[in-house]
Design a protein around this ligand. Structure first.
Ligand SMILES: Cc1ncc(C[n+]2csc(CCO)c2C)c(N)n1
Length: 209
């Protein structure tokens, strides 16, 4: 079986739980509480900083020059373009203290796992840990775009449903399929990141409001 599909299969239940999560469904049908969305934007902004760090570690460790370039370009895109989009969201949704955000436990746990894997794991585990973030958000965006019943969070949905993120998801699958690595170790990293993604939605859903 193609490795990316084997990993996707192993994490199928967790991915389905993320897609069906009330926070995610609430983005699609517009019922999500704005305070919960603001909590998410604030925490995600902090997440992106460490995600940029992780991609830079990917660039440093990549065995192929073409992958090295892509990781480096992506790190810059996250730290510039995607963080700028989040600042735009924050301004529109009334978040005024973006730079002073305190990192919550679910955010810290996910970031720490990613950076630990990127620093101490095999490069193939880094690839497996990074993939659910790119591929998972593209799936969620595409699914919400196809089924959305409200345009309240349309901008967020359109961003992740867009071609750019679809191509990123393709690239993450290409990495999963082509990198030299052990399936079991990659599966463990892929599953752990997938569970952190689900825990992030749950923390945002349970956030004080
Ligand atoms: C918790 C969390 N997980 C995934 C993403 C999505 N995401 C973050 S960086 C990136 C790739 C480069 O732009 C993608 C798809 C997010 N925003 N927050």
């Amino acid at each position: 079986m193609i490795r990316s599909l084997a990993l996707r299969d192993a994490a199928a239940e967790v991915w389905e739980a993320s897609l069906q999560h009330p926070f995610v469904q609430g983005i699609g049908d517009g019922t999500l509480d704005e305070a919960a969305f603001r909590w998410y934007i604030r925490q995600d902004y902090r997440f992106l900083i460490d995600y940029g760090r992780l991609l830079s570690l990917g660039a440093a460790r990549a065995p192929r020059l073409s992958w090295m370039r892509r990781f480096a370009a992506l790190s810059l895109a996250v730290l510039e373009t995607e963080m700028e989009l989040h600042r735009g969201f924050a301004a529109r949704w009334g978040v005024t203290d973006l730079e002073a955000v305190v990192v919550e436990p679910a955010t810290a746990a996910y970031c720490d796992f990613l950076l630990r894997t990127a620093s101490l794991g095999d490069f193939s585990e880094l690839v497996a840990a990074v993939a659910p973030c790119m591929w998972g958000y593209a799936e969620i965006g595409t699914s919400l775009a196809a089924n959305a019943t409200s345009d309240r969070y349309a901008e967020w949905i359109e961003m992740y449903a867009g071609d750019e993120f679809g191509e990123l998801a393709d690239w993450s699958r290409e990495l999963l399929d082509e990198v030299d690595g052990e399936l079991e170790a990659m599966k463990a990293a892929f599953l752990t990141s997938s569970r952190h993604e689900l825990a992030f939605w749950e923390a945002a859903w349970q956030s004080p409001r």
